[in-house]
Write a new protein. Structure first.
Length: 404
């Protein structure tokens, strides 16, 4: 992976375009567009902790609630790009039939009002990947219908990209909607409609090793209890006759002898597979249960294990692990799962420790000198809610190349 450039967060006066940063979070859009030569002229973010982090890095206090008329009045008349990692909300049940009427009461409607008034040449929107399938696709269709009626071209197919496409070892798919104003694009509509073809030319041939983002640190060691849980499940996995496990291991159902008719079909199938696994491996599992006191000492959710690492790894400690509400999840060590706002930091098995904040920052392509809160929980929440700077820079770099 290329060395991260260090940015001077307050903008340089040598800018080539102006942009506004709405639903700004901690400034991922701002870093990306400043790297491309942009000047931020307005920021809005309602979360107070995110506002503090933003000001601490950029020296500017973001405006608050963008739905308020007094906030919208502060937006400058002239700017080139509107950026927004807007929240996904349900639209009207009628679907994509009435334009603005379908979006009333949502934050997207406020975006539309701002776009309609200021008519910037570019829009750059971001959201979770399942926005495209939300409400059987009607939410995404409603968004595109509004953007079309507001006078913009956008990609013909949903542009869903994860940082691993550019070699960063993390799976974090998001949908991006770069738009160009029709009268500005003129006869070049096909360039934005088919932008994915150009982006694919920049995809990396492989993914960097997770070691490329890891620090040499003894911080964030897992607790003795967590280590005991992982050693227990490692012993279980090493002794069973199944290496590719396509179902959750539920210890409580190993000896189940009741009626499966009382469960939903999907769960009944999983329970039966646990019963079959126990039957085939009874000697090993009974010995394992006895050794570990029938797992009575475990938190209930930790009596469940999800092996998602295929057959290439013999030990949990070769993998990446998370303690989740759904159980102990074990995944391949080639890339990290998406960072989440909740505090379920991933564990690097071979080091028996969790990801650090600096490592998580690296995975989101934030510069090394970016300052995050001292609270681990708040910092992880902010990174989990943020956008990946490299992905933004790659996408909008193509837009600028083709239209600026």
């Amino acid at each position: 992976m290329a060395q991260k450039k260090q940015v001077s967060f307050p903008h340089s006066e040598n800018y080539t375009f102006k942009f506004i940063d709405l639903f700004a979070g901690i400034g991922g859009f701002r870093i990306a567009l400043q790297n491309l030569g942009g000047k931020c002229v307005f920021t809005s973010e309602w979360d107070l902790n995110a506002q503090k982090t933003y000001k601490n890095n950029f020296g500017e206090q973001p405006f608050g609630d963008i739905t308020l008329p007094e906030t919208k009045k502060e937006i400058p008349e002239n700017f080139d790009v509107l950026c927004a990692g807007f929240p996904c909300q349900a639209f009207s049940k009628g679907g994509h039939r009435k334009g603005f009427e379908d979006t009333r009461g949502t934050l997207f409607f406020d975006l539309c009002e701002i776009i309609e008034k200021h008519k910037p040449n570019y829009l750059f929107l971001e959201n979770v990947a399942n926005l495209t399938s939300h409400d059987s696709g009607n939410t995404y269709k409603t968004i595109l219908k509004n953007l079309d009626e507001l006078g913009y071209y956008f990609p013909s197919n949903p542009l869903i990209i994860s940082p691993d496409k550019f070699g960063i070892p993390i799976l974090r798919p998001r949908v991006y909607i770069p738009c160009v104003r029709k009268e500005f694009a003129k006869d070049n509509a096909s360039k934005i409609k088919n932008i994915e073809t150009e982006l694919e030319k920049q995809y990396a041939e492989g993914i960097d090793s997770i070691d490329s983002v890891l620090e040499n640190t003894s911080k964030n060691k897992i607790s003795p209890y967590e280590l005991k849980v992982l050693k227990m499940w490692d012993e279980f996995y090493r002794g069973i006759d199944l290496k590719v496990i396509g179902f959750p291991i539920w210890m409580e159902f190993f000896k189940f002898d009741g009626s499966l008719d009382n469960f939903p079909l999907w769960k009944a199938k999983f329970i039966q597979k646990n019963i079959d696994l126990y039957t085939r491996n009874k000697k090993h599992i009974d010995k394992w249960l006895k050794k570990h006191d029938n797992l009575d000492w475990c938190v209930k959710t930790h009596r469940k294990m999800e092996w998602q690492a295929g057959k290439d790894y013999e030990s949990i400690f070769d993998c990446i692990i998370q303690f989740r509400p759904s159980g102990v999840r074990v995944k391949r060590p080639n890339k990290f799962s998406t960072l989440v706002a909740m505090n379920h930091q991933q564990i690097i098995g071979k080091y028996k420790r969790r990801l650090t904040i600096n490592e998580s920052k690296h995975l989101q392509s934030f510069p090394k000198n970016y300052k995050l809160p001292t609270s681990n929980t708040i910092a992880m929440k902010q990174l989990g809610n943020s956008v990946n700077v490299t992905v933004l820079e790659k996408i909008f770099g193509v837009v600028l190349r083709d239209f600026a």
